[in-house]
Write a protein that binds this ligand. Structure first.
Ligand code: APR
Length: 247
């Protein structure tokens, strides 16, 4: 990737009227969280069918140990990496209006970003499928699985989107409103293969906006949508872009 592209992309970000970021699993890989697709991806080890809402309801005893292993155990150790921190700095410098993330790891909030639309929810809460009560995940012990609702004994489900679930209207509306207001979208660490989340950058593009993409590899966005494709690790490229845009 030429420095020329990085320089030009940073100018586009610097001069944006309203810039947003759209992130996926690739931004958290350097925090120790594996991606879903690609080498070593979660879906190369676990069957995504098991994370379909109906399957989970029918087989909670089978799925909950997988949920703990994939989403809760590793999250204990994960910390924001320089990419998350760079986006938080851009926001505090007034250069980024907000982040729409597909990630459920809360690392954007932990890094200090305040406008974060968690399009697929997060692991921070669980909800009882019987009495609908929400609980802070830290208050629910995972030594006995499936965890029982403290209020009614019902089945608890993590508050993130399973396959076959719709996106909550409030977060969908907030994310699409941000995209409609933005004239620059910085895509970091996602191939946009999952809909409707993957459509977010197109909202910016179709209104004449500029797309800057950071990814280790080229994606479906790279040749049709991205105006700047900055190939590299998120933890390296994002801070470099941010430093130039804030200079
Ligand atoms: N730096 C930058 N990009 C990276 C890095 C890295 N260090 N490592 C991997 N990537 C890129 C990959 O090239 C790929 O494009 O991150 C992307 C990861 O893709 P996915 O694993 O498919 O993650 P994501 O696009 O966020 O998945 C979307 O799918 O399974 C569902 O709900 C789940 O939110 C998830 C959604």
């Amino acid at each position: 990737m030429s420095n020329h592209a990085l320089e030009n992309a940073s100018q586009a970000l610097k001069n944006a009227r309203c810039a947003m970021a759209f992130t996926g699993a690739g931004i958290s890989v350097e925090s120790g969280i594996p991606p879903f697709r690609g080498p070593g991806g979660v879906w190369s080890k676990y069957d995504p069918e098991k994370f379909e809402k109906g399957y989970f309801k029918r087989h909670p005893d089978e799925v909950w140990p997988l949920l703990k292993e994939i989403f809760f155990d590793m999250l204990e150790k994960a910390k924001p990496n320089p990419a998350h921190i760079a986006l938080a700095q851009l926001e505090s410098e007034g250069k980024l209006a907000g982040v729409v993330t597909q990630n459920i790891d809360s690392l954007h909030k932990e890094a200090g970003s305040s406008v974060v639309h968690e399009y697929h929810g997060s692991t921070r809460r669980m909800q009882c499928m019987s009495c609908r009560t929400f609980f802070d995940s830290h208050s629910i012990p995972l030594d006995k699985l499936p965890p029982a609702c403290p209020a009614c004994g019902g089945l608890l489900k993590p508050d993130f989107i399973f396959f076959g679930e719709g996106i909550p209207t409030d977060v969908h509306r907030a994310a699409t409103d941000l995209a409609k207001q933005s004239d620059v979208c910085l895509i970091v660490g996602t191939g946009g293969q999952v809909m409707p989340a993957g459509r977010i950058p197109y909202i910016v593009k179709n209104r004449g906006g500029t797309i800057i993409e950071i990814n280790l590899h080229d994606t479906d966005y790279s040749y049709t949508t991205s105006d700047y494709f900055l190939q590299g690790k998120a933890g390296d490229m994002t801070p470099r872009l941010a430093r130039l845009a804030m200079a």
